[in-house]
Design a protein around this ligand. Structure first.
Ligand code: GDP
Ligand code: GDP
Length: 435
């Protein structure tokens, strides 16, 4: 847990998004289980010879309507803050520009490893063009061509060589969770409220190679790690108002957690951006809890909570499994219950059910609602088995996957959820054909 982060920086048009898409490959266009949730194209997972990482295209992060120089400065700063390794990309056809030199200056001041990529070296003849770039001061330039996919292997080898060895604090028994949400929903206030006096903070563990500081605390004998809380507490609001930046931060925090707490603002209701952020938590297959914060601000009647809950269920249909807690960072209302709820969701997320018990449940389900037929061919379900936890993943062997309609999968999921407590966790059900 806690993938290394690679950020690509460089001025516009050098080929950052071309390379990003190549590195991410088909992964980004894989069909999502959730209709309507599209992935942001600035943050994704990549892997190279078995090394997994997250990759950011900082060029996709536009800071308001700031002038050009400010934009790329901010992007370089984001790369320094977020990344373990930075790919600094320049255009081999154009040579070094002032903008390149400005970026280089910002990168020098960081302690992050920088790999220099000279793009648009489309053929052997133009390889000679890369030598000028030694003067940027980042060692050997790597010649690549995003257009033709040349040189990427060597570049990625070098990137991976810079990943730090230690992957420290993952192998403990603590439950890792993060608070995600739009700016101003109250994430940092919640962090402070949760870490209130009554809980002992075990230690501030610097997150491996990252700058993120994770905070550990113990509640009722269970250790918890709050991911990236220092980032929440210390960082200014400079970039945060940029939606793509806050979405990217959320995705990174989700990656490093077992459970994502999606924070909504009771005062403002549900916004489009809330849905996108919640969609990432769901897609990542993590446990999810919805917190409606600032509950103190509403004048309540006896239907206020019910109505709010109904609105959430309608707007976040794919999160029907997520428990909802109405809280206040200000008054600490219901926050004492939170660790216990996180623990429950964590247990459910890691739940393993025996095949014999699972197949009993499935056979009962089929008895209640027989499998459908399509064009005279009947769906047959032979056997189901849980292949993975976190999230629980169940493979169902059938005569023909084309006969296994989405609605029947949904039905099976609902039946399974009736028998086992999977509150707070997505369930993956994968049909497989077997003759
Ligand atoms: P970004 O603004 O840095 O993300 O740059 P893009 O990835 O959008 O690329 C800018 C332009 O350069 C596009 O027209 C790309 O097709 C083109 N381009 C990207 N990589 C290469 C390359 O290796 N060779 C050539 N000739 N063109 C490229
Ligand atoms: P973040 O940007 O999500 O980290 O949000 P902050 O924690 O900085 O909170 C934004 C604003 O909302 C601050 O002025 C907080 O004092 C206020 N706030 C946060 N939580 C609550 C709450 O539960 N009730 C009320 N009334 N205000 C809150």
């Amino acid at each position: 847990m806690g993938l290394p982060v690679v950020a690509i920086v460089g001025r516009p048009n050098v080929g950052k998004s071309t390379i990003f898409n190549r590195v991410v490959g088909e992964r980004i266009s894989i069909v999502e289980d959730t209709p309507g949730v599209t992935r942001d194209r600035i943050y994704a997972h990549g892997d190279w010879v078995g090394h997994e990482f997250s990759i950011i295209d900082t060029g996709g992060i536009e800071i308001g309507d700031q002038p050009f120089v400010k934009q790329i400065t901010a992007q370089a700063e984001i790369a320094i803050e977020e990344a373990d390794v930075i790919i600094f990309m320049v255009n081999g056809k154009e040579g070094i520009t002032n903008a390149d030199e400005n970026i280089a200056k910002i990168l020098y001041r960081s302690n992050k490893p920088v790999v220099l990529a000279v793009n648009k070296i489309d053929n052997l003849e133009s390889r000679a063009d890369i030598y000028d770039f030694y003067s940027l001061g980042f060692g050997d330039p790597y010649a690549i061509s995003g257009a033709h996919g040349i040189g990427l292997g060597d570049l990625l080898d070098q990137v991976i060589a810079n990943f730090s060895e230690q992957q420290d604090d993952k192998e403990d028994d603590s439950i890792r969770f993060s608070l995600i949400g739009r700016p101003n929903v109250g994430k940092s206030s919640l962090v402070n409220a949760i870490l209130g006096e009554e809980r002992v903070i075990v230690s501030d563990v610097s997150g491996t190679t990252r700058d993120a500081i994770n905070t550990k605390f113990v509640d009722n004998g269970q250790e918890f790690t709050m991911v990236d809380t220092a980032g929440l507490r210390k960082r200014g609001k400079v970039y945060e108002n940029t939606e793509r930046y806050s979405v990217m931060r959320a995705m990174k925090a989700i990656d490093n957690s077992n459970i994502a707490l999606v924070v909504l603002n009771a005062e403002e209701g549900i916004r489009e951006q809330d849905k996108r952020i919640a969609g990432y938590a769901h897609d990542a297959g993590k446990g999810v809890i919805i917190l409606v914060n600032k509950w103190d601000t509403l004048k309540k009647t006896n239907s206020t909570q019910r109505d709010f809950e109904a609105a959430i269920r309608a707007e976040f249909q794919y999160l029907s499994y997520a428990p909802i807690l109405f809280v206040s960072a200000l008054t600490k209302q219901r926050l004492a219950k939170l660790p216990e709820l996180i623990k429950t969701v964590y247990d459910n997320h890691g739940r393993r059910i025996s095949s014999s018990s699972l197949n009993d449940v499935i056979m009962d389900a089929i008895a209640i609602t027989p499998t459908p037929s399509i064009k005279g061919r009947k769906l047959r379900i032979y056997y189901a088995t849980q292949v993975k936890t976190a999230p629980p993943t169940i493979v169902v062997f059938v005569n023909d996957v084309d006969l296994m309609h989405f609605s029947y999968v949904r039905y099976l999921e609902n039946q399974i959820r009736k028998y086992y407590d999977f509150t707070g966790t997505p369930l993956k059900i994968i049909p497989r054909s077997r003759k």
